[in-house]
Design a protein around this ligand. Structure first.
Ligand code: HAM
Length: 424
């Protein structure tokens, strides 16, 4: 038995899986760039204080936190928003606004691993800093939705809420800070039964309990109607109605209002949103974000900021569940030389193809024809080139299209024509 195993909650990625991940990552990157966002990279570890500053010492339980050899308190990042805002305060405050940033990186959380929940996972996220809030919020949600659209992931539910609404209804309960925290947790889990009994136990006002549960249970058109009706009473409601109108102008009319979106992190201040892929079951949330303040906490000037992060690993799972094809390899051509003399010709053709930008490989295992065909099929190349004695005698090769099974002969000197039909 192998002596070493990977640490709990981590994964190894084989070449095929990496090809799929890189394909999806490149697609996401393209969309972010289309929206005018630029990529940043920040350290994998930060001072623990950066994460504790907003959330309190309690968060340390969820972190990979340690002391380095210089007795500095260090943590592997559990997410990138705090790092990006530290970077912004350190070096980007004087840039012309808005600052539009995206990132792709691994994150570490000391969680109980299960399907879709890992201790090392990847986030693809974006932050928009310094624009008026409704513009930022609309642009950021639109980027998230365009990213999913460009990936072909359709089966998603987008839920948008506003913390000023939820906070007002929670304050009306007149309960302790701890009970408020617990209420948020239960609302976040949509566990309204436990919420009701917890609030009863905390001696919350009966009428306020009923109002809260009615609010967070609203969905579909009902929620939108409520937002419009209440626009005059609570600015959060009016804000959300305006936001939906903007998202429709972006071409997205699939967003729902959900006044119960509470978010797990402590820095959100206004609009909050989540995207679920219902096919994933328990760990179905593929994206979370919202408007937040962190710059001032990190010693910078207060500035509007909105962002989100996709759980990249969950996006990969959701694409697979929805049957979206993601290429698992980039190899186009497999060359099979039969006999020693053919090997030299095979190497020459291999190099010519690679120089022309066509990914190609040749048999290194001495396979016979039938085994080679099986292998070529299994790795999914589109064409196989066969070079045997007959071909060599004619200075030609046989090119087989693996999908149609059609074989054609090409002169060796004109082999690229098999790939680029329009060569003059
Ligand atoms: P978050 O909701 O904590 O938000 O994480 C974002 C996404 O990361 C989640 O929706 C989920 O898909 C994925 N995720 C979280 N934990 C795990 C895990 N253990 N295994 C696999 N995937 C996971 C944030 O991190 C915020 N920084 C988002 C943000 C950016 N807000 C404003 N800007």
């Amino acid at each position: 038995m192998a002596e070493f195993q990977k640490p709990r909650g981590t994964r190894d990625f084989a070449p095929e899986e990496m090809a799929r991940r890189r394909f999806v990552e490149a697609n996401m990157r393209r969309t972010a760039e289309l929206f005018g966002f630029g990529e940043v990279m920040t350290p994998t570890f930060e001072s623990t204080e950066l994460f504790v500053a907003r959330s309190g010492e309690g968060i340390i339980d969820e972190l990979y936190a340690f002391e380095d050899k210089g007795s500095r308190k260090i943590s592997l990042r559990p997410e990138l928003t705090a790092s990006v805002m530290r970077f912004y305060v350190n070096e980007m405050q004087n840039l012309p606004k808005p600052v539009k940033i995206f990132y792709f990186g691994n994150c570490f959380r000391y969680e109980r691993p299960q399907a879709g929940r890992y201790r090392e996972f990847w986030q693809f996220g974006a932050e928009l800093i310094g624009a008026p809030s409704i513009e930022s919020d609309a642009e950021v949600i639109a980027l998230a939705l365009a990213t999913l659209k460009n990936l072909g992931l359709k089966d998603v539910v987008v839920r948008i809420g506003h913390l000023s609404i939820l906070n007002k209804f929670i304050r009306d309960l007149k309960i302790s800070d701890n009970a408020e925290k617990e209420a948020r947790r239960l609302i976040d889990k949509r566990n309204f039964e436990d919420l009701r009994s917890m609030l009863d136990g905390a001696n919350a006002n009966d009428e306020a309990i009923a109002r809260l549960i009615e609010l967070v249970s609203l969905d579909g058109d009902e929620a939108i109607r409520r937002a419009k009706e209440e626009a005059g009473n609570n600015e959060g409601f009016g804000y959300l109605a305006n936001l939906l109108e903007r998202l429709r102008a972006y071409g997205f009319d699939n967003c729902q209002l959900d006044f119960g979106v509470a978010r797990g992190l402590d820095y959100y201040t206004g609009m909050v949103f989540e995207i679920d892929a219902p096919s994933l079951g328990a760990e179905k949330q593929v994206c979370g974000g919202g408007a937040y303040t962190l710059a001032d906490l990190f010693g910078g000037q207060e500035v509007n900021s909105t962002g989100y992060a996709f759980g990249f690993d969950r996006i990969m799972l959701a694409l697979e569940k929805s049957g979206v094809t993601v290429p698992s390899q980039n190899l186009s051509v497999y060359i099979l030389p039969i006999g020693d003399e053919a090997k030299i010709t095979a190497i020459q053709i291999l190099s010519e193809l690679r120089n022309a930008g066509i990914s190609a490989d040749m048999d290194l295992m001495g396979r016979n024809m039938s085994k080679a065909m099986k292998y070529a099929n299994s790795i999914g190349v589109t064409k196989t080139i066969l070079i045997g004695d007959n071909e060599l005698a004619e200075n030609s090769v046989t090119v087989r299209d693996m999908r149609s099974g059609v074989q054609e002969k090409y002169p060796i000197s004109d082999i690229l024509r098999a790939f680029f039909k329009n060569i003059p």
